[in-house]
Design a protein around this ligand. Sequence first.
Ligand code: ATP
Length: 423
Amino acid sequence: MSEDHGKDYTLEGDSELRFEIEQKDAKVLVSLVNGFAELFGTELVKKKKYEFGLGAKVAIYTFQGCVLHVSGKMDVCYISKETPMVQYVNCHAALEQFRAEAEEKDRRGPVAMVVGPMDVGKSTLCRILLNYAVRVGRRPLYADLDVGQGAIAISGNVATILIERPASVEDGFPKTAPLVYHFGHKSPSGNSVLYNAVVSKMAEVTLQSMNNNKRTKSSGIIINTCGWVKGSGYAHLLHAAQAYGACAIFVLDQERLYNELLRDVPKGVNVVLLPKSGGVVERSKELRHESRDQRIKEYFYGNARTPFYPFSFEVKFQDLRLYKIGAPPLPDSCMPIGMKAEDNKTKVVAVTPTPALIHHVLALSFAESVEDDVIGTNIAGFCCVTEVDMERQAVMLLSPQPRPLPPNALLLWSELQFMDNHT
Ligand code: ATP
C-alpha cells in the first residue's frame, strides 16, 4: 500500500497506467498533463481532475504517449506495456468496415457478441468498442445479457440501451431509457427456458426497432454475455448468437470456447480469439456478491456525485399484485393435453405474500395484466421489500418513486435480495 500525494507518471506510446483502490473512503485524483490518454475508450480531457473511489480498477491507456498526474491512496499502481489494446482497436476497425458497408447498402450493421469466462474483461471490451463506435459518429445499441452483474439495469434482468455519447470516465454510460426485460435470477441456470425466451424476445424487439433509425441500423449491436461458458451456459451463448444473428463473436481468453464456437456456429460468423488484459482482476464470489449489491444500492441511493433519495411506503396485501415467472415443474403426464412441462417455466403465477418476501427486489412491469405478454414487456423500475407485517397484512416497499404504486401495478418477484441498511 502506498500513500501518494501527487506524482507525475510518464507513459510511452501503447502502454497503460493501472491502479486499484480497495480501502474505504480512499480517493484518487487523476489528470492528464500532456499528450492523449483514454479510459476504456473514453478520451481524457486535459487538466480535468477525475476522481475514483473504493473498488475502482482502472487502466488509463495511451496510443501516443502522455503524462498523467495522480494523487491519493492506492493499493497498486503501475505502468504496463503489455496490453491487448491494439488487437481491440483492430476489432473496432473490422466492425467499422461492416458498418460502412451496411450504411451504403441500407442494411443492418454488425451484431458482435463478446464472450468468455468470468473476469476476463468482457464488459470492459464492450465499453471500449462502444466508445470507439460513438467517437466515429456511430449510434450502436448495447445489449447486456449478463444477468449475473447487470451493467445497464440491475442483476436478474436483460437490458438494451442506445449509446449516443462516450461513457463518462467516472460513471460509465448513462442509463437513460433502457429496454429492460425481467428474468428474476442471478444466473441463467435459475430458469434456462425463461432465459432463452427473454433473450429471444429482446433480440426480436431490438432487431426490429433498429429499422426505425438509419444511423442505429447501420451501427449495429454490441452484446455482453454471462461468464458461464460450459454445458448449458455454452448452449445459452449459441442460442443468443442465433437469436441476434451475430456476425462476429469475440472470444476472450479461452481457446476451448473459441474452438467449440468455430465448430458450432454457421460458417459466415467471424469467431475471433482475443487475449485478456493482464490488468483485469479476478473477483471472489464475495466480491461479485458485493458488486451486485452495490449496483442495487446505487439504483436506490445513487452515488456520492449524484445521490438519490428513495421513498418508503406501505402496500396492503390486498393491493399487491405480485407474480413470479415460472411455475414449479410438473411431470408431462400431469400436464393438460397439448402442453409440455417446459411451458410451465414461462408461466406467470401469483405469489402469496409471506415473511419470506423480506428483502426481495421486485420489478414493476409496464404490463397491465397477466394476460399481456409479461416476458416481453418493459420494466418501469424496481422496488425492494423492507418489511412484511403479517398482522397488518402489509409490506413496506423501498422505491425511487414518491407516490404509492399505480393502481394496476404488476410486480414481478425476483430471487435477488437487498438489505437496506443505508444510513
Ligand atoms: P464478469 O465475469 O463479471 O462478466 P467481465 O469479464 O465482464 O466480468 P470486467 O467487468 O470487464 O470483466 O472487468 C473486471 C474488472 O477488471 C473491472 O473492475 C474492470 O474495471 C477491470 N479491468 C478491465 N480491464 C482492465 C485493465 N486493462 N487494467 C486494469 N483493470 C481492468
